[in-house]
Design a binder for this molecule. Sequence first.
Ligand code: UDP
Length: 318
Amino acid sequence: MKLLVTGGAGYIGSVVAAQLLEAGHRVVVLDDLSTGHADAVPEGAELVRGTLRDKALEVLEGAGFDAVLHFAAKSLVGESVERPGLYWDRNLGESLALLDAMRETGVDRIVFSSTAATYGEPERTPILETDPTRPTNPYGATKLAIDATLTEFARLYGIGGVSLRYFNVAGAYGRFGERHTVETHLIPNVLAVAAGTRESVNVFGEDYPTPDGTCVRDYIHVVDLGRAHLLALEACTPGTHRIYNLGNGNGFSVREVIEVCREVTGHPIPANVGPRRPGDPAVLVASSEKIQSELGWKPEHDLRQMVSDAWAFLQSRA
Ligand code: UDP
């Protein structure tokens, strides 16, 4: 297939672009490089630099694309609370531009990066796709609005869409890994201590109603996540929009994650407990039953593998 990968210079987009190329697909990456890196685009993929508003139509026009994988987005929760307008404009606005360009050019399949943040503070775990969606920040709200738009575009214009709601993505795939300028995620921040680029890790609260008092999250290896995109691509059915959760179904606390990082790196990794980070739910764990039974997806990598792959990636760049 000939595929457009938006945001293919970013962490998850670059991993999936590499996997698509290995599976024999042709890949064009569209990325404005606002947070991504040109050298993260895998060899064999063509890079077009620009926003979806400026370039999506031009790229798709008459070029024989079969489908789009849409990763390009602003994704910092805290920033979204400070600048909601920016998030609505970039996430929903740019996605609408992409969907309009797809309609105009007759490209009718899309796999979209949605998020567990669409659920907000869950009433129960593990979270099912049918559970209430009440995002607690503009980032989650914009992703939920795009999911809703995809449902409408499927009904009205025959688009075949799959939204994948990612839980906590971690790990690396060879030379493709996490390289955020502003790093907010737990595992890269903990590993940065082992690598000597941070003094210590801050644990955001230990008074949550969880076994050790720290927040529990469902970590999924980026390679397992990527495989789900290839299955989702095959499953895009014109006129239908499907939503799947993507996680391992296991929860690990912040303290457990730090402990695994200590074991993998052999570094003591000092940790300081600080106040809660506003907006963090106590427990977020996915039920991935639906994608497992409908698409035959299964997670294959555990937390230790995620940490050791992320660690190898970090060391390779030191
Ligand atoms: N966390 C932490 N210290 C950090 C980064 C994150 O204690 O330096 C906690 C955070 O409060 C959350 C969990 O680790 O409970 C996972 O956070 P992350 O930002 O990686 O992902 P999120 O679940 O927010 O998408």
